[in-house]
Design a protein around this ligand. Structure first.
Ligand SMILES: [Cu+2]
Length: 113
């Protein structure tokens, strides 16, 4: 479970294990829309995934699509199921314009099994 509140992720560091399925719950307790995205992230999708929402503002992207992306409207929750395939340290952030700059970013650590 990752919570978004006051333009921050909580916790800011998430640890998962390569090859183990992860169910990520993203709880947006803020009064604006947020998402959690990683540009390059080796993984397999393992469950039903929410389609990106129409009209969701990915202002920071400049045409690039993040490989991992879960978005939640204000006050709502979203879940994403995936299995990370490669150990490493990955930066995640919110793609809404200005949010990453405001500190909305964190680290996802994929541990060697
Ligand atoms: Cu945001």
């Amino acid at each position: 479970m990752v919570k978004a509140e006051a333009l921050k992720f909580n916790p800011e560091t998430i640890e998962v294990t390569a090859g183990k399925p992860v169910k990520l719950t993203f709880d947006n307790a803020d009064a604006v829309d947020h998402d959690l995205s990683i540009m390059e992230f080796p993984m397999e999708m393992t469950g039903a995934t929410q389609a990106p929402m129409a009209g969701h503002d990915m202002g920071n992207m400049g045409g690039m699509e993040p490989e991992l992306h879960v978005a939640a409207l204000m006050g709502q929750m979203a879940t994403l199921e995936f299995t990370p395939t490669k150990p490493g340290t990955y930066e995640f952030f919110c793609t809404v314009a200005g949010h990453k700059e405001a500190g909305m970013k964190g680290t996802l650590i994929v541990k060697t099994p």
